[in-house]
Design a protein around this ligand. Structure first.
Ligand code: MLT
Length: 362
């Protein structure tokens, strides 16, 4: 029978740890608003913002002629936020309008997705979401939107490896030692993640299930605050995207144990893969994509897709992502059609895994 649990998101609460549910994945493991760029006049936005600043963009029947808001469903400083801000500048230049990034945190990204699904379908409110768009239907029985029905996809953006990292005082020094230590000390070890449905939680679930332990999970509202506490030693270890762990790894602020992709990450060449380190079933890459409300006109979506494609070919974006261990998707995947097909496929992949695990955000 599926177990049901309630979760409380915390931004910093190391002494208020939750014992989260026993997770059994069985054999199923396959698994602040900020103006970014000012091309024309100023101003900031919010979901559905409609202030006009008289821009001269004209990609689709005058669209865009005002600021565009990109809604990020996790906190500033996290991976989704990082990727969004990277592509926002070249997209802004391509569209001839400012892009305002707004972080709407909560409930594994579902608060933001719910808000954008209800926003005006005019292309001025755009959701950037990650793999959580595909896991939410299985995690939330009362999801206030349907990922496939209530949005139009603009295109996939990136795929990002994940890394297992720990604070420097945590005893294990290798992935093999981590497995042994966690197995022996499951009742005291703490695992940080960016909230229910976050990729960092899913990675942790895979890990726990693979080695047959249940850990105390410490959920945060995003990777930014989770990493801060990890570096500070308030939590032991976590698994999150290289976009936000690479800096700390390279600066020696955290220990890195393994990457979750089949191949090593070029910018982190000394870190073994989970497969090399003996846990091949723990493999997960995080993808990001852009969405608009379902009734958005096709020509508006086309304008956004065209700008996205410009951003993904921007050498500065490519170089910065590479430094962070990530890469843009190929342009044939940065389309509404490819993105829709992939979203549907991913919902089909994650639904049964989450169901089997008995994990619920209800
Ligand atoms: C996650 O674990 O899902 C992400 O790191 C959340 C984020 O982008 O902050």
């Amino acid at each position: 029978m599926r177990s049901r649990h309630s979760f409380v998101m915390r931004s910093t609460a190391p002494d208020a740890r939750h014992r989260l549910p026993v997770v059994r994945l069985g054999a199923l493991l396959a698994i602040s608003a900020l103006v970014i760029s000012a091309c024309t006049g100023g101003g900031s936005g919010s979901p559905g913002a409609s202030s006009s600043d008289g821009g001269d963009g004209g990609a689709a029947g005058g669209y865009p002629d005002q600021n565009i808001t990109f809604v990020v469903p996790f906190s500033a400083g996290g991976p989704t936020d990082t990727v969004t801000r990277l592509i926002a500048e070249p997209m802004s230049e391509a569209l001839g309008q400012q892009i305002v990034v707004q972080n709407v945190e909560g409930a594994g990204g579902t608060v933001a997705a719910g808000e954008v699904s209800q926003a005006a379908a005019d292309g001025y409110t755009v959701l950037m979401h990650h793999i959580g768009m595909s896991t939410a239907p299985a995690l939330y029985s009362d999801l206030p939107y349907d990922p496939l029905e209530d949005f139009k996809t603009v295109g996939l953006v990136t795929e990002v490896p994940m890394t297992f990292i720990a604070n420097n005082d945590f005893e294990p020094n290798t992935f093999e030692e981590l497995i042994a230590y966690v197995t022996e000390n499951a009742d005291t070890v703490t695992y940080a993640h960016a909230g229910i449905g976050a990729a960092s939680q899913l990675c942790g679930l895979l890990f726990q299930s693979a080695i047959g332990v249940t850990l105390t999970e410490v959920p945060y509202e995003g990777t930014g605050p989770a990493l801060t506490d990890l570096v500070g030693g308030q939590v032991d270890f976590m698994c999150d995207q290289t976009t936000n762990t690479s800096g700390q790894i390279q600066a020696g602020e955290v220990k890195a144990y393994a990457v979750t992709t089949p191949d090593r990450v070029a910018s982190l060449p000394d870190i073994p893969t989970t497969e090399e380190a003996g846990l091949p079933e723990v493999q997960v890459g995080v993808w990001h994509g852009l969405y608009v409300p379902a009734d958005t006109p096709d020509e508006v979506v086309e304008a956004l897709t065209a700008a996205l494609q410009v951003a993904l070919e921007d050498q500065g974006v490519i170089d910065q992502l590479a430094e962070l261990g990530a890469a843009p998707v190929s342009l044939d995947r940065a389309t509404p059609e490819a993105h829709s097909a992939y979203l549907e496929e991913q919902i089909g992949v994650w639904g049964p895994i989450i169901e089997e695990a008995g994990v619920s955000a209800d």
